[in-house]
Design a protein around this ligand. Structure first.
Ligand code: CU
Length: 362
């Protein structure tokens, strides 16, 4: 059976460093204060300070693997039998500062069908903690890791073998924002403050079709697996979501800002490249590939996310109105759903743009 082969593949991957790593880990962070960080649904960020207050802390975080079905295209009612951290794709963003520790408890609901774990690109060793927190349904595990580098880092499920891409494209990805302790700067001494921040997790989906060309529905991610893996082998996504479904942050769910506000956007893509672009605006600062150690690039029209990467960009809105934020592969944006809206309120600036003649006969 195909399924059995995949499942046995999962079991092989994780054994070797588990015991050694687990025994060696606990001595270093003793005595630090624990701070509980309440996870929130993206695109929101948890309550946080842009500049670290005091010395390093241990940030207590809980993520729960939840397997669930949801609609990824409202227009057609297309459903995914997916998998999530805390019920959303992307999973919640974790925020800390360099030098802090994250103490992460991963729970796997008893009602789930799969084993899950987490590979945090911000963590050092043990496949990003993936060998230390592989949990069966009904189990939990807790790991602690140090935030050694600043930037925006992907996390994703990585249970081994074919389960790694399957769990990722079914929804198990998220990100950690690791801020410099003194906050963001332009790399030349100027401090950069944001008035609001959004986290956008881009995810490509591979939904199987029946022989009549209609998207198939399944009871759960186990039933969907064999057909979905066949679509994945073609490397052509059927849908792309900024936020768990096509056009998630549009209409009444559009992102908002005001003229004069500086917005920080964190954008991750665990499985594919992306080319983010803000129609009608520009990024004032882009931290290329999501690292805060190097100075940000300035005044870009379109920037890049590598597969398994993330980017941070900052913009101060100057005009009110509707802005489309999209993957500028326009097929992915318009036909597959990789686009969001910013609705910006404020006063129009005629100096920046004005209509000289309305459309009409020449
Ligand atoms: Cu998983």
């Amino acid at each position: 059976m195909l399924k059995n082969k995949y499942i046995s593949g999962i079991l092989k991957v994780v054994a070797f460093p588990v015991l050694f790593m687990a025994l060696g880990a606990s001595a270093f962070a003793g005595g630090l204060r624990h701070v509980k960080e309440i996870m929130v649904m993206p695109p929101a960020l948890p309550v946080h300070s842009q500049i670290a207050k005091g010395g390093p802390v241990i940030i207590d975080v809980t993520l729960t693997a939840i397997e669930k079905n949801w609609i990824i295209d409202d227009a057609t009612g297309t459903q995914i039998s997916g998998m999530t951290y805390n019920g959303s794709t992307p999973g919640p963003i974790i925020v800390g500062h360099v030098g802090d520790y994250v103490q992460l408890t991963l729970k796997n609901l008893k009602s789930n069908l799969f084993m899950h774990n987490i590979d945090l690109h911000a963590a050092t060793g043990a496949l990003g903690t993936a060998t230390l927190d592989k949990v069966k349904p009904g189990e939990s595990a807790t790991v602690r890791f140090k935030l050694t580098k600043s930037g925006i880092f992907v996390y994703h499920c990585a249970p081994g073998g074919i389960m790694i891409p399957y769990h990722v494209v079914q929804g198990m990805t998220g990100a950690i924002l690791v801020l410099p302790r003194g906050g963001l700067t332009d790399g030349h001494g100027k401090k950069l403050h944001y008035d609001r921040a959004y986290y956008i997790g881009e995810n490509d989906y591979y939904i199987p079709k029946d022989k009549n060309g209609n998207y198939k529905k399944y009871d759960n991610a186990m039933d969907a697996m064999d057909d979905t893996l066949k679509v994945m082998r073609g490397l052509i996504p059927t849908h792309i979501g900024f936020g768990g479904k096509e056009f998630a942050y549009t209409g009444k769910h559009a992102l908002t800002a005001k003229v004069g506000e500086t917005v920080l956007v964190l954008h991750s893509q665990a499985n594919n490249i992306s080319s983010p672009h803000l129609i009608g605006g520009h990024a004032n600062y882009v931290w290329v590939d999501g690292g805060f150690t190097s100075p940000p690039l300035r005044n870009l029209q379109t920037w890049s996310i590598p597969a398994g990467g993330a980017v941070a960009w900052m913009y101060t809105f100057r005009q009110p109105g509707l802005y489309v934020y999209l993957n500028h592969n326009l097929i992915k944006a318009i036909m597959l759903g990789a686009a969001a809206h910013f609705k910006v309120t404020g006063k129009w600036n005629n100096n920046l743009m004005r209509q000289i003649k309305k459309p009409g006969p020449m």
